[in-house]
Each structure stands twice: as structure tokens, then as C-alpha cells.
Design a protein around this ligand. Structure first.
Ligand SMILES: Cc1ncc(COP(=O)(O)O)c(C=O)c1O
Length: 421
């Protein structure tokens, strides 16, 4: 018997139908049903009315304990008072101006002080801008063409970062992409020889945090070997820390894994939802970075820089990486115990700060999706195919509520599947 009543999404669905009239696919990308849902649409909130701390509310007034955190940007809690105050104060004195604000300089100085490998910082808006900038920078420096990717990568949605069979992508857009397995040093060597050394960069996430499968952690030894390989062959090592950045280590996820990247890309956790991204780089790449033709209308707006400064300082004060590790460990242990109580083995993988969930013995992931749908429709917003995120506003009471809803959803799943008993 479920203790948490299922939500009704009538008004949210009405708004989604309005969206479908005027926006292709209604809500596109990972926030919408075309890419991110994989759940029955009637179980999903679709459109949001407001957010605070760890929660958001849909158009029907239903409240969701949100463990996706806008897919990463919510790092301190929605509407964090310190970050919002800094942003509002900046807005009142200038935002998008002809000469950029001094806040840009302060923000770069703070990043150079905070990120272990950083000799400089360069700003843009989205994660894709940061990875694109990094690849251009590597090619400008090395004058070489190929880029090594590690399997199941996601580095954004510019043509170069997509797959050959995606709509609108030309074979030549991805002709210089070489996709290699994780944790296989011989494959790197072999590919380097096969390319006759025409390799500009290796771009990788700090560990294998892909979608639809268990996330795999890297070891310090693995990264030390990759670092050595790149240095020996003059390949620029780019770490895409867009997703994990500042959640494992405020000095960068390369620092967490004991090495130094040549370029590192940040975005999601930089400014608690204010729109900006950044690349930090080593000194030897400064001339290449300066040589690029790369900017955008809003890239030097001051409001996000003010928000970023407040956000980084608060993350330092709260030691958010430690907090997220503790919260993630506690939460996933509670989810697993709830699963066991109803006969389900919940597999947890990845870093606790960005945990990935899967019900065991369910290769199609359909059972897992069903459990996720029962959680979402009772107010616990998780997802079935992607890692989760935490924010600093999560309390012990929130953790208990999340575990209680998860438990409730497992009881519904068990009742719906007597054949599994
Ligand atoms: C690892 C990684 N790289 C790059 C990106 C692209 O970032 P954006 O969507 O801000 O362009 C993402 C977004 O989810 C990501 O997770």
C-alpha cells in the first residue's frame, strides 16, 4: 500500500501541449521527453513553476525533491541567497557592457587561485563552448588534426562532438575523431601510430560517467600513464570537467585524480545556475588561446561573474566536495536498503557525489525505469539513465524523505511484479 499519493499533472501537461504548438518537440534536449524522459509521460512534471533549495514545483503545485539539480547547475541550492545577492548587486551597476566589467578579472583571478593546474582562465557560456574552445586551442597549438575521445563520451553538441549518424552531421564534421576504449593504454599507443602522430588532443571526462550503464571510476595510476603518454607525444590533454567539476575537488577533478590537465573545462557548478562556463589552461597554451577567434554576445556579461565569485567562495566555505561525498554515500546506502527490503538489488556506481543507479538483473532497464517513474510521480525527481547530482541545501530530513519515497516506489514495483517474487 503506497504511503505517498501519486501526483496529477493536468496543468503541467496543458503547458507542455502549449509548448508543443510553438517549440519543436515542446521541451528539447535533456530536459524534455525526446531525449531525457524514457518514462511514461504522465508520470513526469514537464514544466516548472518555481524552485527553492533542493525542491522545484510543477504547474500543478506538486513539489519534487530534485536529485538532478537541473542536470548539474544547482550546486548550492536553488535561489541561494548569497549567490543571488551578488548577482542582483552586479545587475544594478551593469551587466552586458561594451568594455567588460572588472568582475571578469576578479573571477579569472579566483579560478587561477582555486584550480591547481590553472595559469589562466577564459570564459564562455555553455559546456560545449568550453570543449570546443579547448579542441580549437589544441589544434592551434599543435597544428595537428586528430582528436582522441574515450568511448561513450559526451562533450556537448557542436558538430565536431556529435556522432556521424546524428541528423545534420556530415561525415567530415567527425572525420578526425578517433574513439578509443577507456583504461586501455595500448589502444592509445596503437591509435597514435595508426594516425602517424597527427594527434592534437585527447579529450576525456575525469572518469567514465556515461549514460545507460554503470559508471566506472579511474585510478590515479591510469591517469598518470595517460598524462605521460600525452606529454611524450606532444598531445594536449583536455579534461572535460563540465559535469564533475567542483563536485569532487574544488581544485579540479584532475587534481582529485592526482595529475594535471593541459586544459580543463568547467560549466555546471561554476555559478549556481547563472550562465557561464570557463576553460583553465597551462602557460604553454596561452599564445594558442590568444590566437583564437572565439567570443559571443553575452560571454563577458558581469552578472554571472559576480555569481561565480560568490558561488566558488561559498563552496570553499562549505567544503562541498566532502559534503557531497557524505550525502551521496548516505543516500545511496538508504536506497539500497529500501530496495533489499522489497527484494530488489539496486546497483550504485560512480563517485558518490554523482551517483548512478540501476536495478540489477534488468538488462533492458525497463524495471529500473518503472521504479524511477514511481519515484518521480510521488515527488522524488531522479532519472533512469544518467548520473544524479547533489546540492549543498540537502538536509538530513531531505535524505530521509528521499529514502522513504524510494521505499514506497519499490513497494509499488514489487506489487506490480508478482512474477519476480
Ligand atoms: C561531460 C559534459 N561535457 C559537455 C557538456 C555540454 O555542456 P552544455 O550542455 O552546457 O553545452 C555536458 C553537458 O551535460 C557534459 O556533461
Amino acid at each position: 500500500m503506497s504511503r505517498f499519493p501519486e501526483y496529477n499533472h493536468e496543468k503541467s501537461r496543458g503547458w507542455f501541449d502549449r509548448a508543443l504548438n510553438v517549440i519543436p518537440s515542446g521541451v528539447y534536449g535533456h530536459l524534455g521527453p525526446t531525449e531525457g524522459l524514457f518514462l511514461p509521460i504522465e508520470k513526469w512534471p514537464l514544466i516548472c513553476s518555481r524552485a527553492q533549495g533542493t525542491y522545484f514545483w510543477d504547474m500543478d503545485g506538486n513539489r519534487y525533491l530534485d536529485l538532478m539539480c537541473a542536470y548539474g547547475p544547482n550546486v548550492l541550492g536553488y535561489g541561494d541567497p548569497d549567490v543571488d545577492a551578488a548577482a542582483m548587486a552586479q545587475l544594478s551597476v551593469g551587466n552586458c557592457t561594451t568594455a567588460p566589467s572588472y568582475k571578469m578579472v576578479e573571477c579569472a583571478e579566483l579560478l587561477v587561485d582555486t584550480v591547481a593546474m590553472a595559469d589562466w582562465a577564459f570564459f564562455m557560456k555553455n559546456g560545449t563552448d568550453a570543449t570546443t574552445f579547448s579542441v580549437l586551442c589544441a589544434r592551434a597549438h599543435t597544428r595537428k588534426r586528430k582528436v582522441f575521445f574515450l568511448k561513450n563520451y559526451y562533450h556537448g553538441n557542436d558538430a565536431w562532438a556529435m556522432k556521424a549518424d546524428y541528423p545534420g552531421i556530415l561525415p567530415e564534421d567527425v572525420a578526425h575523431n578517433v574513439i578509443l576504449p577507456w583504461f586501455d593504454l595500448q589502444a592509445l599507443e596503437d591509435a597514435y601510430q595508426a594516425c602517424d602522430g597527427d594527434v592534437a588532443a585527447l579529450i576525456a571526462q575525469p572518469y567514465d560517467h556515461g549514460n545507460f550503464y554503470d559508471n566506472r571510476l579511474a585510478s590515479k595510476e591510469y591517469w598518470a600513464s595517460v598524462r605521460k603518454f600525452c606529454t611524450e607525444h606532444g598531445i594536449v590533454l583536455i579534461i572535460d570537467d563540465v559535469r564533475a567539476g567542483f563536485r569532487l575537488d574544488l581544485a579540479g577533478s584532475d587534481h582529485y585524480y592526482g595529475f594535471e590537465a593541459d586544459l580543463i573545462c568547467f560549466c555546471k557548478a561554476l555559478a549556481n545556475g547563472y550562465n557561464m562556463s570557463a576553460v583553465c589552461g597551462k602557460e604553454f597554451l596561452r599564445p594558442a588561446a590568444s590566437s583564437l577567434s572565439f567570443t559571443g554576445s553575452y560571454w563577458m556579461s558581469a552578472e554571472p561573474f559576480a555569481a561565480c565569485i560568490a558561488c566558488i567562495n561559498k563552496m570553499k566555505k562549505l567544503n562541498t566536495p566532502k559534503l557531497f561525498r557524505e550525502l551521496g554515500t548516505k543516500l545511496t546506502a538508504g536506497f539500497q536498503a529500501a530496495g533489499r527490503a522489497h527484494g530488489f538489488d539496486l546497483v550504485v556506481s560512480g563517485e558518490p557525489a554523482l551517483f548512478y543507479l540501476r536495478i540489477a538483473n534488468d538488462d533492458s532497464l525497463m524495471l529500473h525505469q518503472e521504479w524511477v517513474a514511481e519515484c518521480v510521480s510521488r515527488g522524488l525527481f531522479i532519472t533512469s539513465h544518467h548520473n544524479h547530482f547533489l546540492n549543498a541545501a540537502v538536509t538530513d530530513a531531505d535524505i530521509q524523505l528521499a529514502i522513504d519515497i524510494a521505499d514506497d516506489a519499490f513497494s509499488v514495483l514489487a506489487a506490480n511484479h508478482p512474477e519476480l517474487r
